[in-house]
Design a protein around this ligand. Structure first.
Ligand SMILES: [Ca+2]
Ligand SMILES: [Ca+2]
Length: 362
């Protein structure tokens, strides 16, 4: 991708987040007393909202303990360690274009990929370089080496959730496809909107919640459905068949994203936890986090570190996408960890949410 544009976008967010933290700090004392006096009522109200929460398109994942990580994956999936989680609600499918459009229509929200960077934040940078866009998949011809992902990703001016592969592409007829080119910050805004709308906290899943939900109760299996990638020769998720990045045999029926829920669900009734599009998680990425992570409800490290790009802070994405192949990333394994700069929208990355409502009545 274009490092210049990506770094410029990152700087905008550094400034904005700094400002936000400052503003939150300023308002904290002013509101503390008021909040203290309101606390009992607020808690009562909140408890009642949680109790009456009627989740839409969500499944309750009962709390429990599982083995997180894999001995058969990449070094950052080690060590395999026991993690215990409280129960939570999670979307059955990735958030779709239709669902995201509802949020945008209600709030007039502009995703980061649609926003033009403010020239005042970039003194000296030519106006023409400050353009909105996202990163799309455009491989060079032939059989390029697989050791440099930058050669098949391109910064595309005009790419956004409405135009997944650039200005000439659209989501017409794709209401039921997962929304893509939404960055981590966009997903957070969507979750805040749903929290406000329902009165129950919605948020991105933690990495541990995501893996626990993806495994569907099948602890330590290599894939969500078992230990074979294609049981009985059948593709049961949307990933890449053929020689990545130029030969896509579409054996699974889909060259790019598929409508959500086209393949069998996992043990918890969740769809596309393997493949279709990558899904943002709440956590920062740190390669050795599993060595010291809390055993109960881990929420990720306080800071990010990726040895491959030490100066770039990244959030976790999980589950792989229609671009994951056996030859390259194998991201559709439930233990596979990916990391992406939180301000970057990509044409193979979306999200799903969890909610903190009470468990369903038995
Ligand atoms: Ca496919
Ligand atoms: Ca997925």
């Amino acid at each position: 991708m274009n490092d210049f544009v990506a770094n410029a976008a990152r700087s905008v967010f550094t400034v904005l987040i700094g400002l936000l933290i400052f503003l939150i700090g300023c308002s904290e004392n002013t509101h503390k007393k008021a909040l203290q006096s309101e606390k009992p009522d607020f808690e009562k109200q909140n408890k009642s909202k949680k109790k009456n929460f009627k989740p839409v398109n969500m499944v309750w994942i009962p709390g429990g303990t599982f083995n997180m990580g894999s001995k058969h994956g990449k070094p950052d999936e080690l060590p395999v360690h026991k993690v215990t989680l409280d129960g939570f609600w999670i979307n059955k499918t990735e958030v779709t274009n239709e669902q995201f459009a509802e949020f945008v229509n209600a709030t007039k929200y502009l995703t980061l990929a649609e926003q033009k960077p403010n020239p005042l934040d970039f003194p000296g940078v030519p106006e023409g370089k400050l353009v909105p866009g996202a990163v799309v998949f455009e491989p060079p011809p032939g059989n390029p080496p697989l050791n440099n992902h930058r050669i098949w990703w391109t910064w595309k001016v005009g790419a956004s959730w409405k135009h997944p592969n650039g200005p000439n592409d659209s989501i017409k007829g794709k209401d039921d496809h997962p929304v893509v080119n939404v960055c981590w910050f966009d997903a957070i805004e969507y979750s805040k909107w749903l929290t406000k709308k329902t009165g129950v906290k919605h948020r991105l899943p933690t990495e541990a919640e995501w893996e626990y939900a993806a495994r569907g109760g099948s602890n330590e299996k290599k894939y969500i459905w078992g230990n074979e990638l294609k049981p009985d020769g059948q593709c049961i998720a949307n990933f890449w068949q053929g020689r990545f990045p130029n030969q896509n045999t579409t054996e699974d029926g889909y060259r790019m994203s598929s409508p959500v829920g086209q393949f069998a669900s996992n043990g918890y009734g969740l769809y596309d936890m393997a493949g279709n599009v990558w899904e943002w998680c709440e956590d920062w990425y740190k390669n050795d986090y599993y060595e010291k992570s809390p055993k109960k409800n881990p929420k990720g490290p306080n800071t990010s570190f990726d040895p491959a790009e030490p100066n770039l802070a990244k959030r976790i994405t999980r589950g792989g996408s229609f671009l994951c192949s056996e030859l390259y990333c194998t991201g559709y394994r439930p233990s596979a960890r990916m990391k992406t700069s939180p301000d970057t929208g990509l044409s193979h990355t979306g999200f799903r949410l969890v909610a903190e409502g009470s468990p369903p009545n038995k």
